[in-house]
Structure formats: structure tokens, C-alpha cells
Write a protein that binds this ligand. Structure first.
Ligand SMILES: *[C@@H]1O[C@H](CO)[C@@H](O)[C@H](O)[C@H]1NC(C)=O
Ligand SMILES: *[C@@H]1O[C@H](CO)[C@@H](O)[C@H](O)[C@H]1NC(C)=O
Length: 603
């Protein structure tokens, strides 16, 4: 029990001293001095309290905000940026590297983009960086937590950067713009991204203007993702930094051949117009329709064409040759003449007027072109690829059908495959190869030469040509394709197709057929974006090692074999004195094939 403080309590609660045996004298101050002591102590305690209290107040850092009134020049400091930037490895200081940078200001946009960035990072083809910039003030850790991308719970391998300045909420708009510009410049200096990925269309207007302008100024290829990119453009996550930096380069011109029959031109044109185009930038560069010279233009077709405005009224061209080709050679001439590339990025998509394309045809063409023709890690492996077909081969070169696509591995989707025979009804041809075919054809007309074999060479196995193929426009270019070992990429989707070439014939050319063809079961056009789901492992296979290769005779083949056949075939069609030094490497011309009778170059 504690001793009672008030002496009066002693009467109510008798208090025993702890040790009554010790009889120490009880010392007491006189009553007046006691009161003075109490007062003294109280004063001391109060003074101490005030001293300590004010001392702890001084130890608080004064709020820096109080230094800046709204709108005054707040100094621009990126207090979180340098830590993450300094950790960048892998050639950030070099102009060429594997870095790709996503930037976002708006938090909704940032969530979307972070998802895309994470998926891309998991494919490991690029070093993916994600930077929050602008004037939002969510803590980076919190942002990652809310989006489920903390280090513990995802495989996301993207690098996150907080490129926001301190106190942006106190800055004027002009100052904020400067913050974004400076942040982008810092990011550029430290990582030299090969592509800048934004969703500028969904950011604040000032923000998207600044990022777009700055990307131009810093010469960064800017990819502007649409809002639903995570679904529609999911294939972009499979591309490497080289392909991404070429995002704006590939252009496609469409040439529709209605010169043999006008087929169902309207159906084709409607399907082209209603297809999905990845961004507003990605549209066919032009559309040319070549009409049949021997049949007058049907009034319905004419009125349809006059109101058709895709891709834009000034980029539609109608051609009608003066005369119908007299033979297959002339037909081939007209065909090859129908397009000539104006640069190395403009490919031609040739379409039969009976074709109808899927809504996703452009996505597929852009995906395959970027992946195989612009990728930095596959660029040299894919030199033999001259085009991309939208449909499976309708038959073998010898005319027998159906064509059996390579069987997929168990439990996987069928793989696209390579086959040297060009598709004539719905296929994209890359520009360098088209001009090489053009050159071959034209020199062949100028300098007709005989196939020859020196006594010790083995004569190549002839093409298994059907009459139909021998009379088609491809016949004159088969030689050069074989002599170069070129191949075309064919799709092999299990359930859907990217283009259907319908079989019906327009009434005016319908003639009773002998020996009816079996109706071919058509796979429906792809309606939903299943591009990735329909590919093995959800991705385009690696060119040299994973894509199945089929030879001219429809048999599975090996690259070595195709190359040997090509070398042999070049000797056979050329009278030039060429050693067997291998195939010409990326020369895209035919100077090594045409020589004078003594075997000397014509140049
Ligand atoms: C063909 O082979 C024979 C003997 O095998 C050889 O003597 C001759 O030089 C060869 N000819 C050519 C053109 O290589
Ligand atoms: C055509 O080629 C295919 C594939 O090599 C073969 O199966 C078929 O028998 C050939 N048809 C004719 C008529 O030669």
C-alpha cells in the first residue's frame, strides 16, 4: 500500500511504516519552508516542460510546401528517378540496344500499359522499362501493389521508374510540361529506348502533346496504343525492340486483280473496309483495282466503286488494260507490272477478286512482317522469306488437292510453315523480292537464255507443274525463287482463316464443268482476335529452327537441302561463270544470272 499523501488520511487508513523496527528519527521541515519547496518544484517542472516542448517542435522539418506559394517557380527535382536509372545495365548509353520504354501519366492509362509492359517483359526479347511521369502523385509501391505487380507475386520483369518531380501539384501547367520534357530527356539519356510506347490518346491533352512532340524531338519511334491494346494488340508483346522501333515503317499497297473475272469485287472491298486496323496510322497506302478488259464494267460495280472511299478517296485507283493478254506470258507481264515498290518498306498485297478477308488480316500481316522482317535477332535468318500468304495453299504445284499442312505436335496448335510456291490469290510480297522478280522477268525477256548443264552437274529435278500453274503469272518467276531458295510463309490455323477465296463464278463466265470438283470445306473467317491463341505456344515460331519447311514437291524439307537445290538450280538456269560460293547474300538483284555467251557479266 502506498503511503497516504494527506496526513488526514492517516486516520481513515492507518499506515504502518515498512520497518517499524528501525526507529529512524522522522525528519520534517517547518510548514512554511515546505510550501516554498512545493512552489519551487512546480515552477521547475513547468519550465522544463516548456523548454522540452519547444525543443521538440524545432526538431520538425518545416514543410517545404510552405516556401512555395502556388504558381511560383518550384525547383524541378526527381528525387526517385536516379536510383532506378543508375541500375540500368545492357547498353543504355548506346544508341542501339534492347530497351523499350512505356510512359504513362494518367493512372488508368498507367495500369493498362503496365499490364502490357509486364507481358512483354516476360517474353524476354526486349529490356522493358516502365516510367510514371506527369503530375499524378500515387506512391510507386502503392501503384504496383494495386496493379498486382509487386516483386513477390508476379513474373513481371519490367523495370519501373518514378520519373515524376517533387511538388508537381504546386506547379503551373507550363512548369509541368517542362517536368515531362525533362523527364523524357533524362530517360532517353540513360536508356536510349528503341521505342516509346504510350497511350497518348487517353492522357490529358497537354500531356500527350508534350510526349508526342518530345518523342519527335528526341527521334524516338513513338507507338501509340489504343485503349483496348491489351486485347487487340496483344501480339505486340511478342515483338523485340528492333521490330518495335520499326513500328511505323512497313506499308502495304493493295492490288486487286479483277482482270480475269470480276468475281465478287464488292464483297472483297467491303471486307477490306470493315477490317480492323491496328492504329489510325496503319492503313493500306493505296488500293488499285485492275479490271477485266474484255468485259464491260457492270453498272452495279461501277456505282459501288464510285461511292467507295477506302482507304481514302484520293488513294483508290482503277485500271483497265487496253487489251486482254493473249497468252500466259503476257498475262504474267501485266501482273508483274501492276506494282513496283517505291521504297524498301512498301510491300504489295495481291488479292483475287473472289477473295474475302478476315477482320484481322492486317494485324496478321503487320505482326508477321515486323516479326520476321524487322526484328533485330531474326533479321539475317529471314532473308529467304519473300512473302506472307493469307490462305493455305489451295493445292500442290502439280495441281492435286487438298494440300496437307504439316501436322502439329501433340496438344499444340498447328504451326505456320514455309513453302517456296507463291500464293497468287491472297498474299503479301515484300518489296525487295518483288523488284528482284521484276528484274528477273524483264532480263529474261531481254536476254532469253537456255537452261544448260555442264556434263558433271546433276540436272535438277523439274518442277511438278500443273497446267494451271504453268499458265499462271507465277510460272516465269518460279525459276528465280528456286535459284535463290526463297520461301513464302503460309498460315495453318486449325479452325479459322484469314482469307477465303470463294469458288463461285460470276454468271457471265459460268460454263458447265466437266468432272465436278469436290466442294472444299471452308474454315470460317476469323471474327474475334485469336491470332495468338491459334499459334503454337501463342507466338510466331522462330524462323530457322521452329518453322516447318515444305519443298517444291510438298515434302518436309531441311534448309541445307533447299540451299543445295538452289545452288544447283542457279547453275542450271545461268550461263555465268560462277563458282559454287553459296547463294548471293541479300543482293536482291539478278546480275549473277544473266551473262553473255562467254559467261561474262553483262554490266
Ligand atoms: C568432269 O569430271 C571429269 C572427271 O570426273 C573431269 O576430268 C572434268 O574436268 C570435269 N568437268 C568439269 C567441267 O568440271
Ligand atoms: C502431287 O503432289 C502430291 C504431293 O507431293 C502427291 O501426293 C500427289 O500424288 C501428286 N499428284 C500427281 C498427280 O502427281
Amino acid at each position: 500500500m502506498a503511503p497516504p499523501l494527506d496526513p488526514r488520511d492517516l486516520h481513515d487508513h492507518p499506515w504502518k511504516r515498512r520497518s517499524s523496527s528501525v526507529s529512524a528519527p522522522y525528519f520534517r521541515l517547518p510548514r512554511r519552508s515546505r510550501r516554498a519547496t512545493y512552489i519551487c518544484w512546480t515552477v521547475v517542472v513547468f519550465v522544463l516542460y516548456f523548454v522540452l516542448n519547444s525543443a521538440t517542435q524545432w526538431s520538425h522539418v518545416p514543410d517545404p510546401r510552405s516556401f512555395y506559394s502556388k504558381g511560383s517557380e518550384v525547383p524541378i527535382r526527381y528525387s526517385h528517378l536516379y536510383l532506378s536509372l543508375s541500375k540500368i545495365t545492357g547498353g543504355g548509353n548506346r544508341a542501339w540496344n534492347r530497351n523499350v520504354l512505356f510512359v504513362a501519366g494518367n493512372l488508368d492509362v498507367a495500369s493498362k500499359l503496365a499490364g502490357v509492359a509486364c507481358e512483354m517483359s516476360m517474353y524476354g526479347r526486349s529490356n522493358v522499362h516502365f516510367a510514371l511521369i506527369g503530375d499524378n502523385d500515387m506512391d510507386m509501391e502503392l501503384f504496383r501493389k494495386l496493379n498486382g505487380i509487386t516483386e513477390e507475386n508476379t513474373d513481371c520483369r519490367a523495370f519501373f521508374h518514378d520519373a515524376r518531380a517533387d511538388f508537381t501539384d504546386l506547379m503551373s501547367l507550363e512548369r509541368k510540361k517542362l517536368v515531362v520534357r525533362t523527364a523524357l530527356r533524362h530517360l532517353r539519356d540513360f536508356m536510349h529506348p528503341q521505342a516509346l510506347i504510350t497511350s497518348a490518346g487517353h492522357e490529358d491533352a497537354w500531356f500527350s502533346t508534350v510526349t508526342t512532340d518530345m518523342a519527335k524531338k528526341l527521334q524516338l519511334p513513338a507507338i501509340e496504343l489504343p485503349w483496348n491494346a491489351a486485347d487487340d494488340l496483344r501480339w505486340i508483346t511478342r515483338l523485340d525492340s528492333g521490330s518495335l522501333s520499326a513500328w511505323h515503317k512497313p506499308k502495304f499497297e493493295i492490288v486487286i486483280h479483277a482482270d480475269k473475272h470480276s468475281g465478287n469485287l464488292e464483297r472483297l472491298l467491303k471486307s477490306l473496309e470493315s477490317a480492323y486496323y491496328p492504329t489510325t496510322h496503319h492503313r493500306p497506302k493505296s488500293l488499285t483495282v485492275i479490271l477485266n478488259p474484255s468485259v464491260p464494267l457492270h453498272p452495279f460495280t461501277k456505282s459501288f466503286l464510285s461511292s467507295y472511299s477506302f482507304p481514302s478517296p484520293s488513294r483508290i485507283f482503277i485500271r483497265r488494260p487496253l487489251t486482254a493478254p493473249k497468252n500466259s506470258l503476257e498475262a504474267a507481264k501485266q501482273y508483274i507490272e501492276s506494282f513496283y515498290p517505291d521504297n524498301d518498306d512498301t510491300s504489295v498485297l495481291v488479292l483475287d477478286s473472289n477473295a474475302e478477308v478476315s477482320k484481322w488480316y492486317y494485324h496478321y500481316l503487320l505482326f508477321t512482317t515486323l516479326e520476321y522482317k524487322y526484328s533485330s535477332y531474326q533479321y539475317y535468318d529471314t532473308v529467304s522469306l519473300f512473302g506472307v500468304s493469307l490462305e493455305e495453299p489451295p493445292s500442290y504445284l502439280n495441281g492435286s488437292s487438298p494440300f496437307n499442312v504439316p501436322t502439329p505436335l501433340k496438344g499444340d496448335q498447328p504451326s505456320p510453315f514455309l513453302y517456296p510456291v507463291p500464293n497468287t490469290r491472297a498474299a503479301l510480297f515484300f518489296p525487295r523480292y518483288w523488284s528482284e522478280f521484276h528484274a528477273y522477268f524483264s532480263k529474261n525477256l531481254l536476254y532469253p537464255h537456255k537452261h544448260s548443264t555442264s556434263e558433271n552437274d546433276t540436272e535438277p529435278v523439274p518442277f511438278p507443274l500443273s497446267d494451271e500453274a504453268a499458265n499462271s503469272w507465277i510460272a516465269p518467276i518460279l525459276d528465280i525463287i528456286r535459284a535463290r531458295g526463297y520461301v513464302m510463309l503460309y498460315p495453318a490455323f486449325a479452325y479459322e482463316s484469314l482469307a477465303i477465296v470463294h469458288h463461285e463464278q460470276p454468271s457471265y463466265t459460268r460454263s458447265p464443268r466437266k468432272g465436278k470438283k469436290k466442294p472444299v470445306k471452308e474454315k470460317p473467317l476469323m471474327e474475334k482476335n485469336n491470332l495468338l491463341d491459334a499459334l503454337p505456344n501463342g507466338d510466331l515460331p522462330v524462323f530457322n529452327s521452329k518453322l516447318p519447311l515444305i519443298d517444291w514437291w510438298g515434302r518436309p524439307a531441311l534448309w541445307d537441302w533447299l540451299e543445295l537445290d538452289a545452288l544447283n538450280y542457279r547453275k542450271y538456269i545461268s550461263n555465268c561463270k560462277v563458282g559454287s560460293t553459296g547463294l548471293p547474300w541479300m543482293s536482291y538483284n539478278v546480275d549473277d544470272i544473266f551473262c553473255d555467251p562467254d559467261g561474262n557479266s553483262l554490266e
